[in-house]
Design a protein around this ligand. Structure first.
Ligand SMILES: [Zn+2]
Length: 254
């Protein structure tokens, strides 16, 4: 008993999972939409509730849906484009398959190009968001996580404004890994990143000066990535605890 998985049941739930995944990927269920209820799916697929539950659980684990409890709850489709790339990189990073020097190197080369594109493509709305994000850097916050979020906002807006979804996904993933490292190490924040440090980048993006935006981001990355590299040893020591890894993997990021 308990040595083997019941094959038939397993295959049925895999088949259900595959169909549900396909309908999400084909856009039949869009980001934020709720999947049909457990009862409806049971009837449509003509399988047991257990099979449906197993498939939904697998969708949740792989980041396709988020479950919400309560009378208006259910399985809600997540925004696939970024969650997936981010989760994959995060897993590789946690498994020590991506290092901090590699992360710093990618940010160093990609972010100036992202800033250049943002200067060419930013909308009025993006520009207003940049101004807001810059103002928010000066607000006082109490937690390390809130402080990192505060400084990353400008980078997220620039990534979105660059109008290239690959760059946006890569930038957001790198920001997420950076969040992990900085939060775990909790360094002297004043030395790491000062409020207003993005000013030249923001000014250049707002005035649509692509060259200046690229140069300003390059200077910012030179300093920041150097600090990031210095955190490597401290980070690896602090994340030795296995339970911490599990906790971090589950947490949601902004
Ligand atoms: Zn920054």
């Amino acid at each position: 008993m308990g040595r083997f998985k019941p094959i038939r049941q397993f295959r049925v739930s895999e088949a259900v999972l595959s169909q549900l995944k396909d309908s999400i990927l084909l856009g039949k269920f869009k980001s934020g939409e709720k999947l049909p209820s457990e009862r409806e799916l049971t009837e449509e697929f003509q399988v047991s509730r257990g099979v449906i539950r197993e498939a939904i659980r697998a969708l949740e684990i792989t980041g396709f849906v988020r479950l919400r409890q309560g009378p208006t709850g259910g399985a809600f489709v997540t925004d696939l484009s970024f969650d997936h790339v981010g989760n994959a990189f995060l897993d590789l990073f946690m498994a020590n398959k991506v290092s901090i020097p590699e992360l710093a190197n990618v940010r160093y080369y990609i972010e100036p190009e992202v800033a250049r594109l943002a200067a060419l493509n930013a909308t009025i709305e993006d520009k207003n968001r940049l101004i807001e994000a810059q103002k928010a850097e000066f607000l006082s916050v109490t937690t390390t996580a809130a402080r990192i979020t505060q400084f990353q906002r400008v980078h997220h807006v620039i990534a979105e404004a660059c109008q290239n979804h690959f760059y946006e996904a890569i930038s957001n993933s790198m920001l997420r890994l950076t969040f992990e490292v900085v939060e775990a190490v909790d360094p002297d924040h004043e030395a790491l990143h000062m409020p207003g440090e993005h000013k030249h980048i923001i000014d250049a993006v707002i005035s649509a000066n692509a060259k200046a935006a690229q140069a300003a981001m390059q200077i910012h990355m030179e300093k920041f990535c150097e600090n990031l590299l210095e955190m490597e040893t401290a980070y690896r020591q602090k994340t030795l605890m296995a339970d911490k890894r599990a906790k971090l993997r589950r947490r949601k990021y902004v």
